[in-house]
Design a protein around this ligand. Sequence first.
Ligand SMILES: C[S@@+](CC[C@H](N)C(=O)[O-])C[C@H]1O[C@@H](n2cnc3c(N)ncnc32)[C@H](O)[C@@H]1O
Ligand code: SF4
Length: 337
Amino acid sequence: MTAAPTTAGVLVDRYGRVARDLRVSLTDKCNLRCTYCMPAEGLPWLAGPQLLSDEEIVRLVRVAVQQLGVTEVRFTGGEPLIRPGLVGIVSAVAALDPRPRISLTTNGIGLARLAPSLRDAGLDRVNVSLDTLDRARFTELTRRDRLADVLAGMAGAAEAGLTPVKVNSVLMRGVNDDEAPELLRFALDHGYELRFIEQMPLDAQHGWDRTTMVTAEEILAALHREFALTADPAERGAAPAETWLVDGGPARVGVIASVTRPFCGDCDRTRLTADGQVRACLFATEESDLRGALRGGADDAELAARWRTAMWGKRAGHGIDDPSFLQPVRPMSAIGG
Ligand SMILES: C[S@@+](CC[C@H](N)C(=O)[O-])C[C@H]1O[C@@H](n2cnc3c(N)ncnc32)[C@H](O)[C@@H]1O
Ligand code: SF4
């Protein structure tokens, strides 16, 4: 086997995939408690000194962009909008040369207020998560009565020009799996782009069950009953969502079928956790500690070399359907979704 290219170049792995899309978790904390993500009582959060500072995050993103060929930066969490320094971080990343595209995955709470300053700082667009349009269901599913804030957040983002506003929905059997057409109608009415995400084994409670999860096939069948869906002629590239034109287009709907139609062969993602660990995959069982190196005085070249080594070891696929599959120790909220 050839050795990892540590001294120069992009983030390539043994299978020839190149990571250009960086997901950065800004916090593991959240103001919701979605049942498929976190227990009601929350989780043992990272302590302050464990978290990367704003300056440390910007430095690592700079290394990724200037030395490792990253062109897309997505901030996530936990809930990124609760990180106090968010606007400053976005602004510093937007000032990098070359400037990466910058987006944010959020539950939308507080976005109505923050959208104009995030846009002015250089944020390009947002993904907002919304699994139901019914207030009682929302309250049950997220354990917080905040549907109105989320809807206001989406509207605020669209108004501020953080477009296209993408909406992420996870369907769960017996909870909201009857809502697929309604969610799509809502998205079409507001000019948002909806993507359904198959539920993955990344919850802190380890409650995921392959036999009861709602599959992409079921979601598409439900949509087909009310809409004409045709294959999207646009090139999919490394995008996780497979997309369809709705009623002839131009509106689209996407499905991220991570479990039943994995797209690992085209994956172009690399991840940085809020405590400075590089992960090659959401489902990786290994992490590579950049925070320790950074705080130990490593220069940019050494940080880049460590990042390259971490990505070189990326596995071919997540293996969720394999009997030997092991759920990662850290939940989605700590890795950064
Ligand atoms: C972990 S959240 C972090 C960002 C933000 N708090 C939010 O909810 O958008 C990112 C995305 O992951 C999704 N997610 C969380 N747990 C999941 C799971 N077990 N399977 C599939 N998607 C999940 C959420 O619905 C959300 O769209
Ligand atoms: S999915 Fe996002 S909003 Fe929901 S609990 Fe997890 S981190 Fe929070």
